[in-house]
Design a protein around this ligand. Structure first.
Ligand code: FDA
Length: 390
């Protein structure tokens, strides 16, 4: 077994790990980047449907969930979405905004990976892909990182091994286990940005595939206004993925299919002689209209409905309340909520307060962004901050 020495070992060569290795390398630190996966940064590759929604123009701390909502502030301020755009400009990469400030790479997610890899290489880091870490221990004031072929001794150890989502492409609980080994707390993890499942009786099977372009979905005081998509098992679409991060098991979610208007407004121009199903079919997708009318048990001309019946219909459209039975889990979740408790970390460096030299960055930390580029921005920002200190 060869024993080698380096300044910094980064475990996890994903979004945060590469940003950290590049930043530390640029400072002249000798860096080794270890990842057990064969392919580099698969999560970046598959992100944004292959176009990588790499950041958001409206990044702000309120768009992140954490037991300590202030923790992310310093890092997000020190390395912003505009800093990442400057790096892309240096590499000649273009970008476009799709919606709600979400920025996608014109050249696709592969170009983002290539750029980060080039930045890591420019800093002179050593790559160890396809390399599992079998043990980590404290060695004096530094660390010992054991892999099957080499043992690395380092002054700084950065954990960037990500969350639990999509185990099929290499997600593991490594970071949480290591945090526990060094006495850090873990905030309970749950799948987030994930489709919700319903009990069969709460949905109509024939509605699978129906999309509602504009809906407000809420749980408690939190709401999101975006599209929803009905599926065989439940509901998905951006508004549902967003609310899933806030949803607590047993709690209802409420779906408003007529944002910012009442039924009377929506029916204002409709013929009073038209059948309800046709009138409703102009307001919501036709298959949804048919299902709703079927639950009323009758389909008569609009003029035959009493104000009370129309009120009930409005309730159904604006306050469709369901209690999800669960989520589809880590296999489909975009991110993991919870993780290494920020109470044990320094927000200015990402270093463990009680274990000098040990850093946690990216998704493994209890900081979870909204859908729309916020999670990559956290990876870039936290990676930069740790790379500046490690
Ligand atoms: P990341 O998961 O990127 O990297 C962790 C690395 O650690 C991996 O390379 C893994 O192989 C390695 N690793 C794990 N265990 C290890 C071990 N035991 N030993 C060695 N290495 C280990 N976000 C966003 O902002 N915009 C988007 O468009 C999308 N789209 C998207 C689509 C899909 C399908 C998913 C699943 C996720 C997204 N995300 C996203 C979320 C985003 O991908 C995620 O938040 C970041 O990749 C997190 O970056 P990290 O570097 O923390 O982890």
């Amino acid at each position: 077994m060869k024993v080698r020495t380096t300044d910094v070992v980064v475990i996890g060569a994903g979004a945060a790990g590469m940003m950290c290795a590049a930043t530390a390398g640029a400072r002249g630190r000798e860096v080794v980047l270890i990842d057990h996966a064969e392919k580099l940064a698969e999560k970046i590759r598959i992100s944004g449907g292959g176009r990588c929604n790499f950041t958001n123009l409206h990044v702000r701390p309120e768009c992140y969930l954490s037991r300590n909502p202030h923790y992310c502030k310093s890092a997000l301020a020190r390395y912003t979405q505009h800093d990442f755009l400057k790096m892309m400009e240096r590499y000649g990469l273009g970008w476009h905004e799709k919606t709600l400030g979400q920025l996608f790479c014109d050249q696709g997610s592969g170009a983002i990976i290539d750029m980060l890899k080039a930045e890591v290489d420019a800093g002179g880091a050593t790559w160890r892909m396809n390399t599992p870490v079998t043990a980590v221990g404290r060695l004096g004031e530094g660390f010992e990182v054991v892999t099957p072929e080499e043992t690395w001794h380092c002054a700084s150890l950065v954990i960037a091994s990500g969350g639990l989502s999509i185990p099929q492409i290499g997600a593991t609980a490594f970071g949480y286990e290591l945090a526990r080994q060094f006495g850090l707390e873990i905030v309970a993890t749950t799948p987030a940005l994930v489709p919700l499942t319903f009990q069969p009786q709460d949905l109509w099977d024939e509605l699978a595939g129906v999309a509602v372009e504009d809906a407000i979905v809420s749980t408690g005081k939190t709401h999101f206004r975006e599209a929803i998509l009905l599926t065989h098992r439940g509901v998905s679409g951006p508004a549902i993925l967003q609310i899933s991060s806030y949803w607590q098991p047993g709690q209802p979610i409420v779906i408003d299919l007529l944002p910012e208007r009442g039924l009377a407004d929506a029916l204002a121009g409709a013929s009073r002689d038209a059948l309800l199903v046709n009138v409703l079919g102009d307001i919501v997708p036709k298959r949804l209209a048919q299902a709703i009318v079927a639950t009323l048990g009758e389909n008569r001309p609009l003029k035959q409905y009493t104000p009370k019946a129309l009120q009930q219909l409005e309730d159904r459209l604006k306050r469709w309340q369901v209690v999800p039975s669960g989520t589809v889990g880590y296999k489909k979740a975009e991110v993991t909520c919870g993780g290494v408790d920020t109470a044990g970390l320094d927000s200015r460096s990402m270093m463990a307060r009680q274990v000098p030299g040990l850093f946690f960055i990216g998704e493994v930390v209890d900081v979870t962004g909204w859908l729309g580029g916020y999670n990559f921005q956290w990876a870039w920002s936290s990676g930069f901050v740790a790379g500046s200190a490690a």
